[in-house]
Design a protein around this ligand. Structure first.
Ligand code: SAM
Length: 312
């Protein structure tokens, strides 16, 4: 049974930042709301923490970064986590640049599902957004390989940026529909980026959602996923809308707790004033029961960040 916080939210997901290193410099990167850190946890430490998380009812882990695939030991991390008794699912969000070369190892380690960040299919736009040496074509090769190996679902993350890629949504829908991928359209969040960048690129996703709604034959509300709406389109294809600014409903359905790259329990993406540092305790042989108590304390202290609609 999962633990339930004071707002009635069951905590079933753990999002683990594996590293802050990244081979991209995306103009919108929120760094998972974390302060940059050089230190990283070892695969053994990550496994120890996840074992305790499972004991308090967490059954799903998502690995993120920085870029998680940069870690040489990523296969070992996925394998250790997915073999924990009671762990239902290990998934990952990645920029996909190293996916083609690592996906076999990941599938073998039992990675269940993956989100790949593809903000544009156009070479020029992609480079502008990611400041990387990679092209969308290379990323797509990795995506196709992941599908072939049975990783399912494969989702494409597209953060919408006003004046940059907001005119490219139709072509992304065509691409994801044709290749049996789920598209996530994500509203830019004002986390980890400066005010100027945010106001320059932020687009209200609700007008985009209205258009998608008109093309949909069915809508499914994912209460287990921050009330995210999934639209099944008339001509085939699935689009999910990720809108964090939505009238508090995003936070009200949040079932997630975080572990930072340098070993802190972080109850909320948006806040850094309630972290619990467990790395040093872990390294000083903190026993499982003590660790469990710290998780419980973090969960007890959870507060919804968005209590009303926030307009920029
Ligand atoms: N490097 C990996 C990647 O590119 O997916 C993992 C880290 S990245 C921080 C995780 C995801 O956060 C990205 O795929 C992107 O969709 C989302 N993201 C990053 N910055 C964001 C922002 N300012 N607003 C909304 N979503 C953001």
């Amino acid at each position: 049974m999962p633990l339930i916080d004071r707002y009635g939210r069951p905590i079933v997901n753990l999002r683990i930042t594996l590293t802050h290193k990244c081979n991209y410099r995306c103009i919108y990167c929120h760094m998972e709301g974390e302060e940059k850190a050089l230190e990283e946890l070892t695969p053994e430490e990550i496994e120890r923490i996840a074992r305790v998380a499972v004991k308090i009812g967490i059954s799903k882990v998502k690995l993120t970064g920085g870029e998680p695939l940069i870690r040489e030991d990523i296969g070992e991390i996925v394998r250790r986590l997915s073999h924990i008794n009671g762990m239902e699912e290990v998934s990952m969000t990645t920029n996909g640049s190293l996916l083609k070369e690592k996906v076999k190892e990941l599938a073998k380690a039992n990675l269940k599902r993956i989100n790949v960040n593809i903000p544009s299919l156009r070479e020029e736009t992609y480079k502008y957004i990611t400041n990387s040496e990679y092209s969308p074509k290379q990323i797509i090769e990795g995506v196709m390989e992941a599908k072939k190996l049975g990783i399912n679902p494969v989702k494409v993350n597209m953060v919408i940026l006003r004046g940059v890629n907001d005119d490219q949504i139709d072509e992304m829908i065509t691409f994801t529909r044709k290749n049996d991928l789920i598209l996530q359209l994500i509203e830019l969040e004002n986390v980890g980026i400066d005010e100027e960048t945010y106001s320059k690129y932020h687009a209200d996703i609700s007008s985009i959602e209205e258009k998608i709604k008109n093309e949909a034959e069915k809508v499914i509300v994912r209460r287990d996923m921050q009330n995210r709406r999934k639209y099944i389109l008339k001509g085939g294809g699935e689009v999910e809308i990720v809108n964090p600014y939505e009238n508090g409903s995003f936070c009200s359905a949040c079932t997630r707790i975080r572990l930072t790259a340098d070993g802190k329990i972080k109850p909320c993406l948006m806040r850094n004033d309630n972290l619990i540092d467990i790395k040093n305790l872990l390294r000083n042989n903190l026993d499982e029961y003590e660790l469990m108590k710290l998780f419980v304390k973090a969960i007890e202290g959870r507060e919804p960040y968005w209590k009303r609609r926030v307009t920029p």
